[in-house]
Ligand binder design. Structure first.
Ligand SMILES: *Cc1c(COP(=O)(O)O)cnc(C)c1O
Length: 837
């Protein structure tokens, strides 16, 4: 390491703040400890100090928060509403300390008080109100909208139980519910006074008002109340603070009274908790629609409460709806909130007596929809019967929207093609009639976006091809991004400090500035410092893994990382096949000078996803065998880190050398983990899928390791009956040995057939995700990776170039594009540094 100042920079140890500031924060901490928590300093725990520090930090945000709201009101600004079933926010203390500029002060003050800052931060429960990429995108976009000073609201559900905690018992995943609100939530304000009634079931009746207008009215049924909880989101340097408004379910008062008056106290209370169970739990399925009625109920619950709130806010400063689409943009994060389309129609037509066509124009001008997946099992459809019972008026409205849409299609077409009409319809008539939520969202929106260039192309050519022909300008691309504040500035303080030392800190809000590092890629001293940073992060990860798993790892080895939900399409299994290949080569003395590797895998499987859980078990069985083998374990280790979530990601990602992004081409819509890892100086081994393609364009083909079948070939194989995985199995001796070892109990002696289903799915059941077709190329590519890693200087140079060229993947860029092209709102925080008010 070059000098002391660098050492300081690496640890991000800025000089001590003035004594007076330290004393002031101390006073504020003691004040909160006493007056907010009712404790004295004697016997107070790390949790108490976490709460006190969080409250003191929150105090610094509240003024800006209220200011931001006032500014939007007084400017009559157009507001952006981001409707999402999931917000995977993670912890907030670090982010908010950084945003308020008080991280160093907090660190020094706690040290001065002989308190353990690291241990105190670890007390914060993770806000895991999401499954994975989709929910994390919502959190990154909210942070960037706030940084860009867009008046934005997230809307979602305040689940009592977010994502489950994953424990490993006997090598197998066990799910445990996580009551993340057990100690309250410092970052949210509960609003028991902001409650919205939400109706379910009931019937639809004809109405006639005093002017003789006839209409329809939804009545009867049951009512549940939605209560607001406002989560604060600070932007960069806290110029703006926005909210994510999350709804929890409360039994309605009226409903209680009826039962209480009948003297049935116990049952009344029981039914009350039944209503409230609506917001209890997040569905833990990623990229799969389970089709449970409670899920549909959750979807309508938060959509109805949010729209009522949005309309109320609009009408508080406007007399009619003519300017609605000019003042309100509503983004639908996937189809989960697609009921917003018929709900807004219902509000406008039934409650405010607008004409159908006028209401429809308002809806269409207001909504936009983001598609996240092309996997058929993820496309949401709901049985018509279920919807008729739960939301009878909405079903009527959907029928009418569909009717008018299909009439338009017929009017535009020269000849009526019934097949085409069937494919376009919002109702799937094949078998049990079902509502296609993607068609509803598509037709109801003025823009529909994919989340990476390739994904958007595939939308146009594939599942939305027919709709695209009807509305050729509607589909646009908005490549996903990640917030550099969390994923570099906060998660990787050593690298941030090194970068800032060379190019200043403007990159934190203008990530493209990282290009300033380009000339340094060749600089021997900078390379050395860059390696020192990576080494430091790897050592920190080793300590973390040792503390959690009691496993000692070698930071000298290549850290090969695959962290994401466990899913067949993401192909963790292909990674395992490579690990076993390396193992057999080492055993048989065929590994040559391949560098020692530590393969790190983390991720949760949906509780009902049999194959994904079996893959987790296989990873553990393989790890047990190879980590215990003295003949190889100085050159190959396999580690599964349990309970992958945002906080765990923040520990792992800065320490990665290699980023595994190996989904079957055409299955990963974008990926954002790929961006986080490249931004932190990991090189990517990946398929030409999702945003990997664009990462390759940015960093240069020579600085990324691509392998595998491209989309067209992969699709051809998968849709073509002639695909014969057996031929790869018999034709490749190395693959043959690996599959035999798994299939014959080489890692499960006590139960030799344990992994038969995995091997059979590949060799006998069509290998839907083409692991065998891509195996040989993947192994060859991994060999190239190994050789490249041995040339330390060349590897470091490539890693620096990756970091320097990741500017495009800042979620600030993504949001600026949504703002200009979809929402039509200005982005005061974007171009000018002078944006801070
Ligand atoms: C970024 C992130 C994801 C998404 O990862 P992909 O590799 O894009 O699937 C999932 N979970 C967490 C906790 C994340 O931070």
């Amino acid at each position: 390491m070059a000098d002391d100042s660098l050492r300081t920079a690496l640890h991000d140890e800025s000089p001590a703040p003035p004594r007076a500031d330290i004393d002031d924060l101390k006073r504020r901490l003691h004040d909160h400890l006493r007056h907010s928590l009712g404790k004295g300093p004697v016997g107070s725990t790390n949790l108490d100090w976490y709460l006190a520090l969080a409250l003191a930090t929150r105090d610094l945000m509240v003024e800006t928060w209220m200011d931001s709201t006032r500014r939007a009101y007084s400017n009559d600004a157009k507001r952006v509403y981001y409707l999402s079933m999931e917000f995977l926010v993670g912890r907030s203390l670090d982010a908010n300390l950084l945003a308020t500029g008080s991280l160093d002060l907090a660190r020094h003050t706690l040290a001065d008080m002989d308190l353990d800052f690291e241990a105190i931060r670890e007390c914060e429960p993770e806000a895991a109100l999401g499954n994975g990429g989709l929910g994390r995108l919502a959190a990154c976009l909210m942070e960037s909208m706030t940084t860009l000073s867009i008046p934005a609201f997230g809307y979602g559900i305040y689940y009592d139980y977010g994502m489950f905690s994953q424990y490993i018992e006997d090598g197998q995943q066990v799910e445990m519910p996580e009551r993340w609100l057990r100690y309250g939530n410092v970052w949210a304000f509960d609003r028991p006074d902001v409650i919205m009634p939400v109706r379910f079931h009931g019937h639809v009746e004809d109405t006639r008002d005093q002017h003789g207008h006839v209409g329809r009215r939804w009545a009867g049924g049951e009512e549940v109340l939605a209560e607001a909880h406002d989560l604060m989101v600070a932007g960069h340097e806290c110029w703006t603070v926005n909210s994510i408004r999350l709804w929890s379910a409360q039994a309605s008062r009226e409903f209680d009274l009826r039962h209480f008056n009948q003297g049935d106290y116990i049952n009344a209370v029981a039914e009350q908790s039944f209503s409230e169970s609506l917001s209890h739990v997040l569905y833990p399925d990623d990229s799969t629609s389970m089709g449970k009625a409670l899920r549909l109920k959750q979807e309508y619950f938060f959509v109805a409460a949010s729209l009522r709130d949005i309309v109320r806010r609009f009408l508080s400063t406007h007399d009619d709806f003519t300017t609605f689409p000019r003042k309100v943009a509503i983004q639908l994060n996937d189809t989960h909130p697609a009921l917003a389309v018929p709900e807004l129609m219902r509000i406008l037509v039934d409650e405010h007596r607008l004409g159908w066509d006028e209401a429809w124009a308002i809806c269409n001008g207001t909504f936009a929809y983001t598609n996240h997946t092309l996997l058929p099992e993820a496309l949401e459809t709901w049985p018509v019967g279920l919807m008729e019972n739960m939301l009878p008026r909405h079903l009527e409205i959907i029928y009418r929207i569909n009717h008018q849409f299909l009439e338009g299609v017929r009017a535009r077409a020269k000849e009526v093609d019934d097949d085409r009409v069937r494919r376009l319809s919002m109702i799937d008539e094949g078998g049990e009639r079902r509502v296609r939520m993607s068609h509803l969202a598509f037709v109801g929106s003025h823009r529909v976006n994919g989340v990476a260039a390739l994904h958007t192309d595939l939308m146009r050519a594939g599942i939305f091809a027919e709709l695209h022909r009807e509305f050729p300008d509607r589909i646009v691309n908005k490549t996903n991004g990640i917030t550099p504040r969390r994923w570099l500035r906060s998660a990787n303080r050593p690298l941030s400090a090194l970068i800032t030392r060379h190019i200043g800190d403007r990159w934190v809000a203008h990530l493209d500035d990282l290009r300033g590092l380009l000339p340094l890629a060749e600089d021997a001293t900078f390379q050395e410092d860059f390696r020192a940073v990576k080494r430091l992060n790897k050592e920190a990860l080793c300590r973390y893994i040792d503390a959690r798993l009691g496993m000692e790892l070698d930071p000298e080895t290549l850290f090969d990382v695959q962290v994401k939900r466990i899913h067949e399409y993401k192909r963790q299994l292909l990674n395992v096949l490579h690990v076993i290949t390396l193992y057999l080569r080492l055993k048989e003395g065929r590994a040559g000078d391949a560098p020692p590797r530590t393969v790190i895998i983390a991720g949760k499987a949906a509780p009902a996803y049999y194959m994904a859980k079996l893959i987790i078990r296989l990873i553990h069985d393989v790890a047990r065998v190879i980590n215990a083998d003295p003949a190889t374990n100085d050159r190959l280790r396999l580690v599964f880190i349990p309970d992958y979530n945002v906080s765990v990601a923040e520990h792992i990602i800065p320490a990665a050398d290699l980023s595994e992004q190996i989904s079957t081409a055409g299955t990963e819509a974008s990926g954002t983990g790929n961006m986080k890892l490249a931004l932190n100086g990991a090189l990517t081994i990946g398929t030409r899928d999702g945003a990997n393609v664009e990462i390759g364009e940015e960093v240069g083909e020579e600085n990324i390791f691509f392998f595998g079948l491209p989309v067209e070939k992969a699709e051809h194989l998968r849709n073509n009956g002639s695909h014969d995985p057996w031929q790869y199995y018999t034709g490749d001796p190395e693959l043959h040995a690996v599959l035999d070892m798994i299939g014959q109990g080489g890692f499960s002696h006590a139960e030799p057939d344990r992994y038969r289903p995995i091997v059979d799915s590949l060799t006998r059941h069509g290998d839907h995700y083409l692991l065998l077709a891509d195996y040989a190329d993947y192994i060859a590519c991994q060999d190239r990776v190994g050789r490249a890693y041995l040339d330390t200087d060349a590897w470091t140079r490539m890693a620096i170039l990756n970091v320097a060229r990741m500017g495009k993947f800042s979620s600030d860029v993504t949001v600026a594009d949504y703002a200009a092209d979809i929402w039509g709102v200005p982005t005061p925080g974007w171009t000018a540094d002078a944006a801070s008010p």
